[in-house]
Design a protein around this ligand. Structure first.
Ligand SMILES: *[C@@H]1O[C@H](CO)[C@@H](O)[C@H](O)[C@H]1NC(C)=O
Ligand SMILES: *[C@@H]1O[C@H](CO)[C@@H](O)[C@H](O)[C@H]1NC(C)=O
Length: 292
């Protein structure tokens, strides 16, 4: 479980063993914003393995996210590959605010992330139809952006305590210190049509299907406030053409409400009662959502 996405303290002690398992890849292709690529390939890698891109929050690193989550031990039994990228700018927050960052192949962080994915597909003969994105806080914001800008690359996403793709558009930065606070404060409220138009403009002319989304948020989050869950659900339900079906209480655990859209295969939300920033990563639920 990963508890502190914005804050670095408490996460600096990285165990040498877990760290050694990650490999730094330096030459993975176009990398316009100078991201770092760390990868975990299990000893028993599956044939045509799936890929998970797991993204840290502000102030974090890929190494810390690997350490604070259970994806690596799960991949030892399931055989998928995990990429743990790092960004080193804007207090290590992902670029989810600039025009280039919210476009395709335009020099943003998202382009470097897709280079990492393409490198991994090629090098390990991974399955291009099983590429998944996840992240906490800023990493969840980038999950939304990656899914909107590269819907043909990402099959599904899971997301902890972030904001809709485009919520920070035009903000001078994406970190708590540099961002327009309106978004994180839950004051960037748009209609579904506005969110859909904004997301579609990130990949104009795309007419394929969008990635499946499971997004989690805590009701007691004071850093990235709970209205951002509703705004993400508006955005993705519009992109998928599904509407709210039902709430399932105490799912997957006491105090969490699962909000089902359509038949529940394309979009679900999780509202975690009394949980702050960030919702602990639910790796087993992620793998179920990714069908791994
Ligand atoms: C969808 O996009 C593809 C690729 O740009 C294009 O070839 C196709 O004609 C489009 N289909 C529709 C129904 O617009
Ligand atoms: C579903 O659950 C969410 C989160 O608890 C709540 O905000 C919403 O009002 C519920 N909707 C219905 C129809 O009960």
């Amino acid at each position: 479980m990963y508890h502190s996405a914005f804050l670095l303290s408490g996460l600096v002690a990285i165990s040498a063993t877990a760290d050694a398992a990650l490999t730094r890849v330096t030459d993975f292709g176009t990398n316009p914003s100078n991201l770092q690529m760390n990868i975990y390939v299990p000893t028993k890698v599956a044939t045509k393995p799936a890929i998970i891109v797991a993204m840290h929050g502000c102030g974090g690193t890929g190494e810390q996210y690997a350490q604070g989550t259970k994806y690596n031990s799960l991949s030892d039994t399931k055989g998928f590959i995990t990429i743990f990228p790092s960004t080193k700018k804007d207090s290590n927050c992902w670029e989810v605010n600039t025009v280039k960052g919210l476009s395709r192949d335009a020099g943003g962080d998202n382009q470097g992330l897709v280079s990492m994915i393409k490198y991994t597909i090629q090098k390990y003969s991974a399955d291009p139809t099983k590429v998944f994105a996840t992240g906490s806080s800023s990493g969840c914001m980038m999950t939304n952006v990656l899914m909107a800008t590269y819907p043909d690359v990402i099959a599904a996403g899971s997301c902890y305590s972030g904001v809709a793709a485009g919520c920070l558009a035009g903000s001078p930065g994406a970190s708590p210190g540099s961002a327009d606070p309106k978004c994180a404060n839950g004051q960037n409220i748009k209609t579904q049509d506005q969110w859909v138009a904004q997301a579609k403009a990130m990949y104009p002319g795309y007419n394929g299907t969008y990635p499946r989304m499971a997004t989690w948020h805590g009701t007691a989050d004071t850093l990235v406030k709970i209205p951002n869950l509703g705004e993400q659900l508006k955005e993705w339900s519009g992109l998928h053409g599904v509407t709210f079906t039902k709430n399932v209480t105490n799912t997957p655990q006491s105090g969490y409400t699962q909000m089902v859209y359509g038949d529940g295969t394309k979009l679900v939300g999780y509202s975690a009662q009394g949980v702050g920033h960030t919702v602990p990563v639910h790796e087993a639920e992620d793998l179920k959502w990714f069908d791994l």
